[in-house]
Ligand binder design. Sequence first.
Ligand code: SER
Length: 640
Amino acid sequence: MNSKEIRQTFLDFFKSKGHVIVPSAPMVIKNDPTLMFTNAGMNQFKDLFLGNAPIKHPRVADTQKCLRVSGKHNDLEEVGVDTYHHTMFEMLGNWSFGDYFKKEAIEWAWELLTEVYKIDKSRLYVTVFEGSTEDKLSFDQEAYDHWKKYIAEDRIIKGNKKDNFWEMGDTGPCGPCTEIHCDIRTDEERKKIDGKTLVNKGDPQVIEIWNNVFMQYNRDWISPSVMNEMIAWEKTYKGSNFEKDRSKKHSESTKLSYLPAHHVDTGMGFERLCVVIQGKQSNYDTDVFQPLIQTIAKASGKKYGENEKINIAMRVIADHVRAISFSIADGQIPSNTGAGYVIRRILRRAVRYGYQTLEFKEPFIWKLSDVLVEQMGDAFPELKKQRELIEKVIREEETSFFKTLSDGLDKIGNIIAYYINNGNDRVLPGFNVFELYDTFGFPIDLTQLIARENGFTVDMDGFNKHMEDQKNRSRGATGAIGATGGTGSWSSNISTEKEEEISNVIRTTFVGYDQMECEVKILKTRKVQVKAKEQYQLVLDKTPFYAESGGQVGDTGYLDNGTEKISIVDTKKENGVIVHFADKLPKDLSKPFKAIVNETRRTLTEDNHSATHLLHAALRKVLGSHVEQKGSLVNDEYLR
Ligand code: SER
């Protein structure tokens, strides 16, 4: 079977068992603060497990695009070095929401693998949960008893919490799991070493292919203070038993409670399944990756399979172009923060391997997106739809990084050569690292990686010190501009007792959504030096003045108490307090004032603000959900 047939067979099989086939959820998550990327097929069903959303179909199956690059489930630096880890991968899954449980899940898994895909039974092993004293959970006898019907007992292995209790993250739905492992070694090798002894031991040829999780519990922090304690503990604690101690601490800080119903969550690694069915030794030898690898080989004039360094570089690129393309198709453009930064790092890692090992001297990854779209566009139509965007974004990003990379790599190469020749204890000093970062725009994690590859460590303390010094220098620079006066301290217009209260809890009440004028009291004032001019800042108890925010300029207007009129030239927010800028201070601060907004200016500005949202919605509709609002400016004359 080719990979397309393998995927389709999975979906057809579960359809025949009464499952509704649903599309993959996006890989980039925009509405869950606990996750940046979908890391398992079950993410989109989290609320169904927790009983927070109604169950439409009790049986569902799909193929889910997932990304694992850091944290609990993966390490970016390992991808491509071995033959079976990936950043982006597909997870085939069948789900029961309060419907069937262990019996059917096990029976169907076995039927699909051995009768439909016809995988040799003598290559399969299964694991079941042995229980955990930390969490007061017992051995999963039920799963064991079901397995006994299909597989010899000496092929059923008891596994610990790390391998056989699946959790989405530190908190959330979880439960014991049973995994199916496959030994893909040659018969000769299998005779020499019993496959059973290699299960869960990191052997690239005895691999987990399918995980069946029996969702029974929800894990939650016991209280926010315990959670904080846990976070603090993790920050400071470093020791050889970190993993073990962490697990203990985690169990102590959380509690497991039963979910309202029992569910099944399964995840089968599609790329690994293809390896097994196609009789290959590496995921990259299947038809999921070969078209990409062969295109890279042709473009670079190098062969895959002859030299391990070159193999790794090709694997890295073939893996990473998938992660990047799928993210862009989901609307995530490379950037400097959050999910965008993760994507940027992945792309840059691929570019670096291509540049250094495959000797590409100009952008090349963007050319692979065509091959990918041809190959996966039927199963994931978003790739076809966003084809042009994917190509364009990758090309632009690659082009700009190429420049940084070539300058920075020359520089770091010279530095390392210098220290090797001039005897140093293999530590890259902080000032060099800082120069690479500051002058050459060379990412710090890349410096660390290259240093490591050359047997060097990086003096991070030294680097941080230089960063700190630089921050101080720029603070000093700002100070110098304001040296003609700077920002004075607040003087209060109210009694000391009240002053105390205000500095702690003051939050100006904003009434300007409904009112353009109202009666106000002045609470605080201070003098500031703005460029060469003196200005005053005023804090009022309440205000109709809109403070600059989301690109909309602050209101102007005036304060009037019948005898005095003070112009307000701008309004800004500072820590929740609305600050009004005036050219002079009223003579008498004690009397109430009427605060009056320049209504014509505000209304025109509001119109432009609404227009900004309409324009933005139209851009997203026409160009795609990757369009983001950045650097917006909205005033009474125009919008940007
Ligand atoms: N949630 C489990 C996993 O990710 C099974 O789908 O392995």
